[in-house]
Design a protein around this ligand. Structure first.
Ligand SMILES: O=C(O)CCC(=O)C(=O)O
Ligand SMILES: [Fe+2]
Length: 359
């Protein structure tokens, strides 16, 4: 969308909110940021600033294991490359991919798409279809945070990858499809290698994670004036087999390693991969679904895009080894439990709900 088109769109919306002055209306309606301070005012007012020390803590910056994927093409190096992937998935639950084959032009286009859509006024994103993205897929903040520690200072489009029904594709749809195709290919390649490491071929994952059961999440972290009080994204593990993330140069992603938070140094040439809950359950704890979070930033906005490799809801996840740490469950059951926990307690409980001895 050109700047002129954008301005025209913004202009159209400045007629609402009659109770505010024309100047205020303009400011509010042009503002791309969700109304965090206003919506969660009671929480900000009720919690003393001194109680938020964890967010302010400095975490050491480190380079994640970097897997050079081009080594898979060399006969002698391929087996070692696979072993490195398995080792990183079990020791870290996180690694970076270099020479991943996804063109920088495609990565730039998805970044530009994100910037264009997220910089539209909040009111528009929350109420109308913009650039082919629906308000039903738009999320911001946290549904019912009980404390500031549960509040995420970010907004996102959570996009199910159902094939487009219309014949003519918008450029947004086109870029997202191209991007998800590339991510899906990589995700299946990695899942196959990790399954092989468990003595399985990758058919279980290929058959259950079809192109329309996975999803994309476009994230934006607006600058945060209360940086030490809230996270950009609260600590969580991913509800997926694995996730591939592209983060920009702003940084702020942290993960738990040996009981400590560490910051992932941004690397423009690499993609980040993390193991999700489903791989941890299926591999009976061999591959680790590690807690991670994003710190908020007072000056700079941050963008990231994540591809979640997920199965269809009826897929049953059953441990490959005995004795099983987790009882078997369907993906639908898992998601429902996660959503119930988030609604009821303000945070995700995750796999701890599915321990085998609890059945
Ligand atoms: O923004 C990031 O770097 C991570 C995003 C993430 O963890 C998620 O969307 O689940
Ligand atoms: Fe995540």
């Amino acid at each position: 969308m050109s700047r002129e088109e954008l301005m025209e769109e913004l202009g159209k919306t400045t007629e609402a909110l009659p109770s505010q002055s024309v100047e205020d209306q303009g400011t509010v309606l042009m503002d791309p940021d969700p109304p965090f301070l206003k919506t969660y005012k009671a929480l900000f007012d009720s919690q003393p600033e001194s109680s938020d020390t964890d967010q302010a803590a400095e975490a050491e910056e480190c380079e994640l294991p970097l897997i050079d994927l081009s080594r898979l093409n060399g006969e002698s190096e391929a087996e070692q490359c696979k072993r490195d992937i398995m080792a990183a998935a079990s020791e870290w639950g996180f690694f970076q991919l270099g020479n991943h084959g996804v063109s920088s032009s495609l990565l730039d286009r998805i970044r530009e798409l994100q910037a264009n859509v997220f910089r539209l006024p909040f009111e528009k994103k929350a109420s109308e279809k913009v650039m082919d993205l629906s308000p039903e897929n738009y999320r911001w903040g946290t549904p019912r945070p009980i404390s500031l520690r549960q509040l995420s200072w970010s907004e996102a489009y959570h996009i199910p990858l159902t094939p487009a029904t219309s014949v003519t594709k918008t450029s947004t749809r086109h870029i997202m499809e191209e991007f998800s195709t590339a991510m899906s290919w990589l995700a299946h390649l990695l899942a196959g290698i990790l399954a092989e490491g468990m003595g399985h071929d990758g058919t279980y994952i290929t058959e259950n994670c079809t192109c329309d059961s996975s999803y994309l999440r476009l994230n934006r972290y607006p600058p945060c004036p209360v940086k030490d009080r809230v996270f950009g994204l609260v600590p969580h593990t991913d509800t997926s087999f694995l996730t591939i993330v592209r983060q920009d140069q702003v940084g702020g992603l942290q993960l738990m390693k040996d009981g400590r938070w560490i910051t992932v140094k941004p690397n423009a040439d690499a993609l980040i991969v993390n193991i999700g809950d489903l791989f941890q359950a299926w591999s009976n704890g061999v591959y680790k679904s590690v807690e991670h979070r994003v710190m908020s930033n007072p000056q700079q906005e941050r963008f990231s895009v994540a591809y979640f490799l997920c199965p269809s809801y009826d897929t049953v996840i059953r441990s490959l080894a005995e004795p099983a740490i987790y009882r078997k469950f369907s993906f639908g059951e898992y998601r429902q439990q996660v959503q119930e926990d988030v609604r009821g307690t303000g945070h995700k409980v995750g796999l701890a709900r599915f321990l085998a001895q609890n059945t």
